[in-house]
Design a protein around this ligand. Sequence first.
Ligand SMILES: Nc1nc2c(ncn2[C@@H]2O[C@H](COP(=O)(O)OP(=O)(O)O)[C@@H](O)[C@H]2O)c(=O)[nH]1
Ligand SMILES: [Mg+2]
Length: 308
Amino acid sequence: MASPFLKKLKRGLFMTHTEFLEKVGEAIRRTGPVAPEHLDRIEEALMASDAGVDLVLRLVDGLRDDVRSGRIGDAAQLEPALRERLLALLRRAEEGAVPRQAPVPPRVTLLVGVNGTGKTTTAAKIAHRLKERGETVLLAAADTFRAAAVDQLKVWADRIGVPVVHQQEGADPAAVVFDAIAAAKARGIAHVLVDTAGRLHTRANLMKELEKVRRVAGREVEGAPHEVLLVLDATTGSNGIEQARRFGATAGVDGVALTKLDGTAKGGVVLAIADGLGLPVRWVGVGEGIDDLLPFDAAEFVDALLEG
Ligand SMILES: Nc1nc2c(ncn2[C@@H]2O[C@H](COP(=O)(O)OP(=O)(O)O)[C@@H](O)[C@H]2O)c(=O)[nH]1
Ligand SMILES: [Mg+2]
């Protein structure tokens, strides 16, 4: 019986899953000798899911070697072999980035990423989830670039019933974070989620601003920020990887929240993130609703991708 999470993930991954299985289904659901077309089919399916050229070639070469050496003697072994390789890849990225706890509260999480990827929505979704678990949480509106960004976060905060700290448009985001941390300390709140800007007049300014936010957080709470989540839009596929590289260089990213998986067949980008960036995906967004965020689980992801 599939878990509710797996069901929801499968719905979120519907397009990726369907297209993947359409391409690969016949190749991995048969028995008998492995023909070169089977491996071609797997290669094509992985490419179409935007898993990234280098990774796909490596994966398929690995399978081909296994066939040549006799480790894979029958087509029925292709699926388990592929599953094992995908899982190993995802687990490696997870092991490379163990989440940091906060020795003293609050635990501070920054959400960073380019405009429109889903930072504000994801901050609200995580806040909601923490609240449902009985944890205390405060949102910090550090995207001060546009007044609308603050309003959007305030609307979410009202709806889920968590406090939000904000200042006027154009305020210094580091000052907002300073205030937010002070408020959290005063009220004994365990988590501060910081929504940041995805765009400024120049990228250099944006990076400087994020750096200042980090410095201020670190000065106010030991070890902060405890987590920097890069929010990536799955519909941009492997272009998102390039964005991530640019952000990672400056912002010291710990993990990825991959949004909009519900609207794309490019779910293989999860694999490209793990392989190309060595970053674990922590969350996946599977819709616009407040509950449409799932903690990422490597085994469930691979199941959702491969199981018919
Ligand atoms: N379908 C879908 N839409 C999403 C998801 N996450 C965010 N969005 C939508 O993407 C748009 C941009 O989100 P927003 O949080 O404002 O992005 P930001 O600019 O990075 O803060 C909004 O319309 C969101 O509703 C998701 O997982 N699935
Ligand atoms: Mg925003």
